[in-house]
Design a protein around this ligand. Structure first.
Ligand code: ADP
Ligand code: ADP
Length: 225
């Protein structure tokens, strides 16, 4: 089955007295192992869509399913538990916890999930290798470059083995070489471990690194190739 699916998802905002339709009836299905970029010009609805897919916001109409469960129908508490176990998040601004070390940032969700200490330590070491940061485990985020911080964020997102990794413009704050490297690293995790990624971007060069490209235009899917 699909890891993620939307059914006629629609989103409107009120802008004063005027209703703005940010997304028309969007139907998307993502299978395990996909590596998909959502692109489109500014204002086309990328952030709105990512927010709906990740449960940060609710559709005005239609449904979002992750692992066959309708997240758009869940209560707040149900949803936050579900998100923690099923979705990995990567943010534009990294969102690492500044007082924690790299290792502690990565370990945090597994602690909440009750994963035993030995297993946590093993997974942290493995994932630090995967993202090329084995020597950085005891540093704090402020001691790392932006690209390194985003690699920690990727490690944190995948370490709890969610079904899908969602990222809204993960390379927006990085220079283009660093951005390319970061996408290559996500792609390599996708190829070697079958981890499913879905991210939005407005960077043409990053679109070329995706396996599937969905382009939004004025809140509609303009192309899906
Ligand atoms: P993108 O991420 O592709 O730039 P957005 O999803 O941010 O596009 O925006 C899609 C449309 O919805 C735009 O017309 C934008 O102005 C509108 N929009 C987004 N968020 C809000 C909001 N909170 N209130 C009103 N309008 C919004
Ligand atoms: P295990 O061998 O512990 O049963 P899996 O077979 O699920 O683990 O996955 C093999 C490897 O791929 C593991 O090392 C794990 O880190 C990685 N992996 C698999 N699925 C995911 C995922 N969704 N997110 C992150 N890593 C994953």
């Amino acid at each position: 089955g699909d890891i993620l699916r939307t059914e006629n998802v629609m989103k409107t905002y009120m802008s004063g007295e005027i209703e703005v339709t940010a997304l028309h009836k969007i139907n998307i299905a993502i299978k395990k192992g996909e590596f998909t970029a959502i692109a489109g010009p500014s204002g086309s609805g990328k952030s709105t869509l990512l927010n709906l897919l990740s449960g940060l916001d609710r559709p005005s109409n239609g449904k979002v399913f992750i692992d066959q469960r309708p997240i758009s129908d869940m209560s707040g508490n149900q949803l936050s538990d579900f998100r923690r176990d099923h979705i990995g998040f990567i943010f534009q601004s990294y969102n690492l916890i500044p007082v924690l070390t790299v290792k502690e940032n990565i370990e945090y969700i597994m602690l909440i999930q009750g994963i035993p200490e030995g297993e946590r330590a093993e997974r942290v070491n493995d994932v630090l290798k995967d993202v090329g940061l084995t020597t950085m485990g005891n540093r704090r985020p402020a001691q790392l470059s932006g690209g390194q911080q985003q690699r920690v964020a990727i490690a944190r997102a995948v370490v709890s083995r969610p079904s899908i990794i969602l990222a809204d413009e993960p390379t927006a704050n990085l220079d283009s070489v660093t951005a390319d490297n970061l996408i290559d690293m996500m792609r390599s995790l996708n190829e070697t471990k079958g981890i499913t990624f879905l991210f939005s971007t407005h960077d043409k060069r990053i679109m070329d690194h995706s396996k599937r490209l969905i382009i939004l235009k004025d809140g509609n899917i303009d192309s899906d190739t």
